[in-house]
Write a protein that binds this ligand. Structure first.
Ligand code: COA
Length: 259
């Protein structure tokens, strides 16, 4: 499939999805949103893409937020339609494979929310993250008020959302908004190494582990523990579990098939 506003590359078990509007700091317009959702749909069942890396083109921005130019002419009804079902943010959050946001430069507003909808965030020192919507008389609408406090705590989320002020990469690491901070020159290689360390495993086990972890954010502990056991038994009944155990006992590398 070919796209106008994003690039999709699949190699070595890793899909890289790059938002490609560097002259607009990769701002999320309707086309970008639509194409990301289409790409996620196309990649969902592609076992050649066991881990997804999301990034922005150029060195200035991951994604500098919703395309503000589109706000001017849009009616509230059109805006509501564009947000139906959580749109691109929900599509990313429920994507069944591990997702990594690779962040250099600005990740603001919807850009920060895209990173929040990923499983892991890796940043370079140039990263600047924040939720500046309040400056436009708005509030985050892509999950920021819900995912940010779950990740960094209520107080830090309030500070970021109510001041609208971005924070630098070191502070983002300190409060848990990014998980890894690596030198600019190493960002690509370190992110790929992280993705490769996951892509080597059973895609079925990865999927189930992610599902169990996601449940921890939504369920009470007792229900989450029950759910984890169900998913464990599903993994236990898989061909990959049989292969993984056999390979360990035979002292060789497993050959997983995602079944
Ligand atoms: N929506 C639409 N266009 C955007 C954009 C956005 N969110 N962010 C950047 N752009 C555009 C600029 O309008 C400019 O376009 P132009 O060259 O046609 O004038 C181009 O991208 C470069 O932006 P510029 O501001 O010159 O780059 P910078 O590196 O000096 O600053 C930012 C980068 C991200 C700090 C600044 O562009 C900004 O504050 N953007 C808005 C961030 C925001 O509020 N996001 C949340 C939206 S709800």
């Amino acid at each position: 499939m070919s796209y106008d506003t994003i690039l999709v590359d699949v190699a070595d078990g890793i899909a890289t999805l790059t938002v490609n509007r560097p002259d607009k700091r990769n701002a999320l317009n309707a086309a970008v949103r639509r194409e990301i959702v289409q790409a996620l749909d196309a990649l969902r069942d592609d076992d050649a893409a066991r881990v997804l890396v999301l990034t922005g083109a150029g060195d200035r921005a991951f994604v500098a937020g919703a395309d503000i130019a589109e706000f001017e002419a849009r009616t509230p009804v059109q805006q509501r339609e564009s947000m139906e079902g959580g749109g691109v943010f929900e599509a990313l959050a429920v994507f069944p494979r591990p997702t990594i946001a690779m962040i250099r430069g600005y990740a603001l507003g919807g850009g920060c929310e895209l990173a929040l909808a990923c499983d892991i965030r890796v940043a370079a020192p140039s990263a600047r993250l924040g939720q500046p919507e309040i400056r436009l008389g708005l509030l985050p609408g892509g999950g920021g008020t819900q995912r940010l406090p779950r990740l960094v705590g209520y107080g830090q989320a309030l500070r970021l959302i109510l001041t609208g002020e971005p924070i630098d990469a070191a502070e983002a690491l300190r409060i848990g908004l990014v998980d890894l901070l690596v030198e600019e020159a190493e960002l690509e290689a370190r992110t790929r190494a992280l993705a490769a360390a996951m892509a080597a495993h059973s895609s079925l086990a990865l999927r189930l582990a992610k599902e169990a972890l996601r449940a921890s954010q939504e369920m009470p502990l007792s229900a989450g523990l029950r759910y984890e056991r169900e998913l464990f038994i599903t993994a236990f009944s898989s061909e990959d579990r049989a292969e993984g155990v056999r390979a360990f006992l035979e002292k060789r590398q497993p050959e997983f098939r995602g079944r």
